[in-house]
Ligand binder design. Sequence first.
Ligand code: GDP
Length: 170
Amino acid sequence: MALRELKVCLLGDTGVGKSSIVWRFVEDSFDPNINPTIGASFMTKTVQYQNELHKFLIWDTAGQERFRALAPMYYRGSAAAIIVYDITKEETFSTLKNWVRELRQHGPPNIVVAIAGNKCDLIDVREVMERDAKDYADSIHAIFVETSAKNAININELFIEISHLHPQRG
Ligand code: GDP
């Protein structure tokens, strides 16, 4: 069976749920007391889609300002970047736009960009409209989903979409 390897990095502000998304995808669990990522952590998960094995090499980066200078080490060579914001915090959506700009300027030319509006279980305190985020994602040709690492909404779907956009074989 064909095996494809995809390096994926997660970018976005601290607290938006990057580690929780990775944890949900890799372990299918949610830890409300998850430790803040220091620097970056690395996890892999291999999934079978149809007749192919997809091995995701996932780099979860820290959003803190002092680690931003390290980000290029993670997005260089990545097939995809998942940029995460928190739907309950408008400012995290603004930060996301800076990441998109940086990736377009300094990232790999064909990198797949996926935008994840996380914590979609918290609709009562929503600050970012789904429509606005979707329109923005469309304008930059990015994948877009609202996710909940807590309630396991659209996490697997996000990774499946990424893998479908990357047809080269490893
Ligand atoms: P990171 O700094 O971006 O890696 O964010 P974390 O994964 O550490 O999550 C930050 C906080 O948000 C933690 O308290 C998580 O429990 C919480 N969190 C993460 N994802 C979700 C979600 O989908 N829904 C809700 N309600 N809380 C979440």
